[in-house]
Write a protein that binds this ligand. Structure first.
Ligand code: ADP
Ligand code: MG
Length: 238
């Protein structure tokens, strides 16, 4: 399960409303990309869904239940942070185990989940290394592994590849898409990169200044952009 519904959600910081009333449904199993220029509210929206920021008004539903006041750790969602959020002094195995240890998952279950995640991410041979002994792409996979073992109903990614060089980014895009194919878990992926949006998404949400300009598949947006902004951003033919 992993359906997420936003009903008339708004967010203000002080006097400034950065998210005007917004409605959005993300279906279970969908790969949804939030795309838009820097400062348009992508991270804020993701953090509202994760519960890392309180919404100012409106409601958030997860799998049909009101989650508006549910604390982040109880929402069943996993925010994937950039690879630099790993603990440098811990092995890959311990980095991946850490969230389960905190949640009190029994040791044998921890072991089962670590092996599953390592297999899904091609990290089996690297479990005893420290993050410093890994490539950027491998470190990013460990960061994802730490989320997988929590068996979330959705993964939330905030520009997870922005620290990687161009070649690595291409590979990691493929790996994340492949992971989605394998797990079939809801994923919400934030990027300002049109190519990433167009190549990875089932559904794209185009944001401008906190507003949703258009929601649709990459082909919908390409062939039938609703306005000049979407056309320009997606690169539709004139
Ligand atoms: P994006 O991720 O699309 O670049 P953000 O969600 O980070 O955009 O920011 C959206 C707007 O909200 C920006 O104008 C930003 O300055 C503002 N903002 C974000 N977080 C805060 C905060 N904690 N306090 C005040 N303003 C914020
Ligand atoms: Mg951002």
């Amino acid at each position: 399960m992993g359906q997420i519904k936003l009903n008339q959600v708004t967010k203000s910081f002080g006097e400034t409303q950065v998210i005007p009333p917004l409605d959005l449904t993300i279906e279970d199993g969908e790969f949804t990309v939030f795309v838009g220029p820097s400062g348009c509210g992508k991270s804020t929206l993701l953090r509202l869904i994760a519960g890392l920021e309180d919404i100012t008004s409106g409601h958030i539903e997860i799998d049909g239940a009101d989650a508006t006041n549910v604390p982040p750790a109880k929402r069943g969602l996993a925010m994937v942070f950039q690879s630099y959020a790993l603990y440098p002094h811990m092995s890959v195995r311990k980095n991946i185990a850490f969230p389960m240890k905190m949640a009190g998952v029994p040791e044998d279950e921890q072991k089962r989940r670590i092996e599953g995640a390592a297999k899904a991410l091609n990290l089996t041979d690297y479990l005893d290394r420290k993050p410093g002994q890994l490539s950027g792409g491998q470190r990013q996979r460990v960061a994802i592994g730490r989320s997988i073992v929590r068996e979330p109903s959705a993964f939330l990614f905030d520009e997870p590849l922005s620290n990687l060089d161009a070649a690595l980014r291409v590979g990691m895009r493929l790996e994340i898409s492949e992971l989605h194919e394998r797990l079939k878990t809801t994923m919400i992926y934030v990027t300002h990169d049109q190519v990433e949006a167009m190549t990875m998404a089932d559904k794209i949400v185009v944001l401008r200044a906190g507003f949703i300009e258009q929601v649709g598949s990459p082909l919908d947006l390409y062939h039938a952009p609703r306005n000049e902004f979407v056309a320009g951003f997606i690169g539709s033919p004139k």
